[in-house]
Design a protein around this ligand. Structure first.
Ligand code: PRT
Ligand code: ZN
Length: 225
């Protein structure tokens, strides 16, 4: 548990959420000397430190109270939360706000020439994905049994490589599916980045800083609307 007097915020080190997480903090008036190599970046004008980690590590750091806040894609957050739930482990965190970046959807896609009329067509299909829990929840809700093929990368080439007959992957523009001869047949989850807080009390001063940041974030987001 973090008992530091400084607020600890975890953001993605390098990837699709990094730049916008950094810009958001900057727009909220947090001054940081970003040194690309450092795991920790210290704010010069607020009692706040940034931890830069892989996005997959952020939910666990918040669940365990090792950091106070985290900026993370809802897809990763919910996938991990469901994983814990399916394993019988409870997790806790507070959802502070959805953010206006990192938008994408998790979709099932099939080779373009494979006919598709309904989810029933996926009965017993082998589906490659990095999101086994979100996929499992969706297929259970639809009452359609399937076979899970867990891949942590290159999911879109699984059908061509003969590893699976369908995929379930993140989509934003659709260009990757298109380039791999795939077509989207079911959208199973809509995601954006979000800001979460650990559930354990932060203490008055740190909580006041969180409240101030949250008000500023809401101001920044309204100005962007
Ligand atoms: O190294 P680290 O583990 O931190 O990063 P990562 O490689 O796991 O994640 P990263 O940086 O790729 O994505 C971080 C988060 O950005 C995701 O968890 C989503 O919340 C969000 N996001 C938004 C996306 C996309 N859009 C997206 N398009 N994440 C991934 N993609 C990939 C998708 O997997 C597919 O390969 O982009 C490709 C599809 O894009 P289109 O535009 O061709 O459809
Ligand atoms: Zn990741």
């Amino acid at each position: 548990m973090s008992n530091s007097k400084r607020l600890r915020v975890a953001i993605q080190k390098s990837g699709r959420l990094s730049k916008e997480s950094q810009s958001l903090l900057k727009l909220c008036g947090v001054k940081i000397n970003w040194n690309e190599q450092r795991l920790i970046a210290y704010s010069e004008n607020m009692p706040l430190d940034i931890l830069r980690v892989r996005d997959d590590d952020i939910p666990g750091l918040v669940f365990d109270g090792v950091v106070d806040l985290g900026i993370i894609g809802e897809n990763v957050l919910e996938e991990q939360e469901l994983g814990c739930k399916f394993a019988g482990v409870g997790v806790q965190y507070k959802m502070l706000t959805r953010l206006d970046f990192g938008a994408c959807r998790l979709s099932i896609a099939l080779p373009r020439d494979v006919p598709y009329s309904s989810i029933e067509d996926l009965k017993d299909a082998r589906i490659a994905t990095s999101y086994p829990n979100l996929l499992k929840r969706y297929m259970q809700q639809q009452n359609v049994p399937f076979k899970n093929c867990l891949l942590t990368g290159s999911v879109e080439v699984a059908p061509t490589a003969g590893l699976a007959s369908a995929i379930c992957d993140l989509v934003s523009s659709g260009a990757t599916l298109e380039a791999n001869g795939l077509r989207e047949v079911e959208v199973i989850y809509q995601s954006k980045a979000c800001l979460i807080q650990r559930v354990a009390e932060l203490g008055e001063e740190k909580q006041a800083l969180v409240d101030k940041l949250l008000t500023r974030i809401q101001g920044v987001q309204q100005a962007n609307e």
